[in-house]
Design a protein around this ligand. Structure first.
Ligand SMILES: [Cu+2]
Length: 159
């Protein structure tokens, strides 16, 4: 239902879901790692060049998601989605706060990662790498690479 209000960009033809655990690129104890559980959602319309990525991120320390990238896409952005007089509007955000120990959901109707200029069509079962740039308070930004799995699914855009 909600998806019908969004632009065709987010319409869910293919529901992609992935569970990925990402650890920091340096040697951190597993319990201390930022965890990412990913979800993908994408339209099946031929020629579609954009896709939304949904996930859940838990950081053990206060941090911010300040950038995203994927080799599968020309560009990627973190978006917010809000209702504006009955219309869903998406907007790029500079950073998404990740409070310590609090799961932050990127979900249909809310924050999400937007992939633009997809280089090839996505199909169910495909794995798509995604790099998240995380900036922890008082530390340099570092990158986490996760892999999302495309899954065929429903059309309602709900979790
Ligand atoms: Cu978007």
């Amino acid at each position: 239902m909600m998806n019908r209000l969004m632009s065709g960009l987010i319409r869910a033809g293919l529901r992609l879901t992935l569970v990925a655990i990402a650890v920091l690129p340096y040697a951190a104890p597993a319990a201390d790692a930022i965890r990412v559980i990913d979800k993908w959602d994408r339209d099946t319309v031929t020629g579609e060049k954009v896709g939304g990525v949904y996930m859940e991120i838990v950081s053990p320390r206060d941090a911010r998601l300040v950038g995203v990238a994927s080799p599968a896409a020309g560009t990627a952005e973190v978006h917010s989605m809000t209702m504006d007089g009955g219309t869903m509007r998406m907007r790029a955000v500079e950073a998404l706060n990740l409070p310590a120990g609090t799961p932050v959901k990127l979900a249909p109707g809310g924050f999400h990662v937007m992939l633009f200029d997809l280089k090839t069509p996505l199909f169910a079962g495909q794995k798509v790498p995604l790099t998240l740039v995380i900036e922890e308070t008082g530390k340099r930004a570092h990158k986490i690479t996760v892999s999302a799995i495309v899954r065929a699914g429903g059309h309602d855009g709900q979790q």
